[in-house]
Design a protein around this ligand. Structure first.
Ligand SMILES: [Zn+2]
Length: 70
């Protein structure tokens, strides 16, 4: 079962949830376990890249153009 990582924009708390793809699609609103805010976003560090040799300091929370990753 894939593990998805999320970060709360409200309190910066990072957490992970283990769920199937269909569960994720159904979970329209995931709330922060710390502050109960639903103002969260998914982060992609490590998750989904098992076996990859590339390392990056990019947390996935940078702008869409990844300018912070260079
Ligand atoms: Zn929070």
């Amino acid at each position: 079962m894939p593990v998805y990582a999320f970060k709360c924009k409200n309190c910066e708390y990072k957490f992970e949830k283990e769920m199937t793809i269909s569960q994720k699609e159904e979970a329209e609103i995931i709330s922060c376990p710390e502050c109960k805010s639903d103002n969260i976003f998914q982060i992609f560090d490590r998750v989904g890249f098992v076996g990859g040799s590339q390392t990056s300091s990019c947390s996935g929370s940078c702008p869409a153009d990844k300018s912070c990753c260079n």
